[in-house]
Design a protein around this ligand. Structure first.
Ligand code: THU
Length: 160
């Protein structure tokens, strides 16, 4: 038996103000669309914004359903829209933010496992990393230089 260590690196920014201008603008788009979340069951509001390689911005918010598992996260709402509307464009970056009526969330809130898997599909296909920025309502912002940095040992089509 051999042990294999998997190390990942992320960057931590003090706040949205410290981000590069284009990432800051993208996060502001995520904050804007977060206000349109349909989350009457969890009251947990999530916004996601993608920047495509021609600078088109695609956004999405979480969409819940009375049959709970039928709902969809903000990240997948946005990336599936991009994939369906702009199949030939590459995705450069994604910004994600959350908000709760119960408390001010200052912890950067990462995309869930299902969303990481969904984003990985596009990153692997386009052979170019997708930068992922995520934050709570305020406070630190975490940046991963690629989705695969957040999903080591990812499953993809090469295993099929
Ligand atoms: N949610 C997202 O939109 N993105 C995530 O990555 C995690 C969770 C949504 C799903 C549900 O509407 C609410 O947040 C609570 O889980």
């Amino acid at each position: 038996m051999k042990e294999k260590k998997i190390i990942t690196t992320v960057q931590v920014f003090e706040s949205i103000d410290e981000l590069p201008k284009d990432a800051q603008a993208l996060m502001m788009e995520a904050q804007k669309i977060r206000g349109k979340a349909y989350a009457p069951y969890s009251n947990f509001l999530v916004g996601a914004a993608l920047r495509l390689d021609d600078n088109t911005i695609v956004t999405g918010s979480n969409q819940e359903n009375a049959a709970y598992p039928s709902g969809l996260c903000a990240e997948r709402t946005a990336i599936y829209y991009a994939g369906s509307q702009y199949p030939d464009k590459k995705i450069n970056s994604m910004a994600i933010c959350v908000k709760s009526p119960q408390k001010v969330i200052t912890q950067p809130t990462p995309p869930c496992g299902s969303c990481r898997q969904a984003i990985a599909e596009y990153e692997v296909n386009q052979q170019q990393p997708i930068e992922i920025y995520f934050m709570g309502e305020k406070g630190n912002v975490i940046k991963a230089k690629a989705l695969l940095d957040l999903l080591p040992l990812a499953f993809d089509a090469s295993f099929l």
